[in-house]
Design a protein around this ligand. Structure first.
Ligand code: ATP
Length: 329
């Protein structure tokens, strides 16, 4: 990571969790082209970290007025599938906030040596893994820069800005557990007592969300399955009941594109998971365990060829902001 190249101006850091869909039903296609969803989302303890710093000439260059002409820079490790600069969701979120809060006048400056905001991204959430890594980074950028730039926009406004960037971003701005409807951006809080433990089978071969939805369009019909059993299991903190209720209408479409994913689900169930479900549009497959020891037992029963696995608990809160003592208000 390029941290040693980042100057020591005021800075903030946000740790942001991934999400899993405990329930996802596709109700049909809307007039605006998005799919109508009913989904239960929960954050899970796999985290990206985003740091943002003000840099540039000391004195006048640090004045808020100088930032109207500032440059935005993004630094991250070279990770397959992770877009650089303007296509990266963290950068797109930064620009959306800058424009909404009037921090930058028009296009960001390209002037060398002037004031800059440097964003550094450390990714642990798999790219295109169905765990909303990009959306989580967008949410982290909104929360971090709202603080660093002193925009003071309320979370509700950040959620609105997030909805323009991606359907999962509003949820990632708040975290916890939520029932989402519409294209996934209308959120209602869900009561979840206690914690759940997951064994996530990571997959290095990304699966495009758009391709999975295209496959759903071609082979699936709108669904009427309801999330009641999932909501009840969350209220009761009953992992066995939750395991039985896990549901994802995108599985037939994802399994048609990647038949090995159906096999991975079966392996998790055979190894003793209470339930197994594709995370979002995949390819990450999740197995639900009684607790960390049970998750380790399940992992030990799987062949080493299964690839990388992660044990994580949910819910994992929301974006967590750490302020540096020198950060401007
Ligand atoms: P979801 O669960 O919301 O469908 P996902 O986990 O399948 O998302 P992401 O990791 O969010 O997938 O990435 C989806 C696409 O977004 C990637 O293919 C990548 O090109 C793009 N992207 C843009 N910015 C980022 C980012 N900061 N991190 C990851 N992907 C990003």
């Amino acid at each position: 990571m390029a941290s040693e190249t980042v100057p020591h101006g005021p800075h903030v850091a946000v740790r942001v969790p991934a999400k899993v869909n405990l329930f996802l039903s596709v109700r049909g296609i809307r007039d605006d082209g998005y799919h109508e969803l009913t989904t239960v989302l929960q954050t899970v303890g796999v985290f990206d970290e985003l740091r943002a710093s003000l840099a540039g000439p000391p004195g006048r260059g640090q004045h808020p007025a100088a930032r109207r002409h500032m440059r935005l820079e993004l630094a991250h490790d070279d990770i397959a599938g992770l877009p650089a600069a303007s296509e990266n969701l963290a950068m797109r979120a930064a620009l959306a906030l800058a424009r909404a809060a009037g921090v930058i006048d028009g296009a960001p400056s390209v002037r060398e040596g002037g004031p800059r905001t440097v964003i550094e991204l450390d990714k642990a959430i798999p790219v295109a893994g169905g765990m909303a890594g990009g959306s989580a980074d967008a949410a982290a950028a909104l929360v971090a820069l709202n603080e660093l730039w002193g925009c003071a926009l309320p979370r509700e406004r950040l959620k609105e800005l997030g909805a323009e960037l991606g359907s999962d971003v509003p949820f990632c701005v708040v975290g916890g557990t939520a029932l989402a409807t519409g294209r996934g951006t209308s959120l209602a809080r869900v009561l979840c007592r206690g914690e759940f433990t997951w064994l996530a089978l990571l997959d290095d071969e990304p699966l495009s969300t758009a391709a999975v939805y295209r496959e759903w369009d071609a082979r699936c019909a709108p669904s009427e399955v309801e999330p009641d059993a999932v909501l009840q299991a969350l209220r009761a903190c009953d992992p066995e009941a939750l395991g039985a209720a896990l549901h994802n209408d995108l599985e037939p479409a994802a399994f048609a594109l990647r038949p090995d994913l159906a096999e991975r689900k079966r392996l998790l169930l055979d190894a003793g998971a209470f339930g197994a479900v594709l995370s979002g549009s995949g390819p990450t497959m999740l197995g639900l365990a009684a607790g960390p020891a049970h998750a380790r037992e399940i992992a030990a029963r799987l062949s080493p060829d299964i690839g990388r696995t992660v044990i994580a608990t949910s819910p994992a809160g929301g974006p967590e902001l750490r302020r540096d003592a020198g950060a401007e208000r």
